[in-house]
Design a protein around this ligand. Structure first.
Ligand code: GLP
Length: 242
């Protein structure tokens, strides 16, 4: 079931998302969080940091699993998702480094990295999976026509995604990695609860398809219609086609 919450602006969206995230953490001090990168969750992460500073909500027992990571840039590159997560959240809360999981892009055997990640995900059910969405309906880096039963795998990024993400690489598409490792759609669907955030007109069509479109691999996010606990929090622009 998909519950949709339309917010006036990004600030309100980030507050609503934070309340949902906090309720999971308050109910379960050792919750497993599925986390996402991109601009959509940054306000939520800022709220988590502010709450940690003021109210000392502890992340000592929390485990996290990130959706994806680029392949072909160093893990310490400022735009790697490892760096993004540390800069925007992990460095500012009391989470233990050993409890942080991000698909590894290191070494020669990336398939083994995928297999290891799947094994960990099989052992740890995600209590809440945070998602952004690509303008083409991708979730994580599961591009259109990814199999709905896919697990963590290596992907070639679509040109539209490379274009969308060029803003993080000096607006130079040649600097954007062409491959990534992503949790698969089946990994995402295994989460107990899903929280998807989207803003802006650029996402309106993808949000419309996610909620009202035919469930089809041509738009990965449509699979969410088959999950029993999805909340989509959007601003008015992203909701404009509903
Ligand atoms: C990237 C990430 C996705 C994210 C998407 C949307 O492609 N791999 O997980 O959902 O960007 O990003 P934004 O929130 O910046 O629009």
């Amino acid at each position: 079931m998909i519950n949709v919450i339309v917010c006036d602006d990004y600030n309100q969206l980030s507050n609503v998302a934070f309340e949902i995230m906090l309720s999971v953490i308050k109910n379960k001090a050792d919750a497993t969080l599925g986390l996402a990168t991109g601009s959509s969750p940054i306000g939520l992460y800022q709220n988590m940091i502010a709450d940690y500073d003021k109210k000392k909500t502890s992340y000592k027992m929390i485990k996290t699993f990130n959706l994806d990571e680029y392949v072909g840039i160093d893990v310490h590159h400022p735009e790697s998702y490892y760096s993004f997560m540390h800069r925007n959240l992990f460095d500012h809360i009391d989470i233990e480094e050993k409890n942080i999981h991000i698909p590894s892009n290191m070494g020669d055997d990336l398939q083994k990295n995928c297999d290891d990640y799947n094994k960990l995900l099989a052992e740890n059910v995600i209590d809440i999976q945070l998602l952004g969405i690509g303008s083409n309906g991708h979730i994580g880096f599961n591009e259109p026509y990814t199999a709905f039963d896919s697990l963590t795998h290596i992907v070639d990024l679509k040109q539209s995604t490379i274009n969308d993400n060029a803003r993080f690489f000096n607006n130079d598409t040649s600097l954007v990695p062409k491959k990534a490792i992503t949790m698969g759609i089946a990994n995402v669907m295994a989460a107990r609860k899903i929280l998807l955030l989207a803003t802006g007109e650029n996402k309106a069509e993808a949000i419309y398809q996610t909620i009202k479109g035919k469930i089809d691999e041509s738009c990965p996010s449509t699979i969410l219609q088959r999950h029993n606990d999805v909340t989509i929090v959007v601003d008015k622009l992203a909701a404009s086609k509903l």
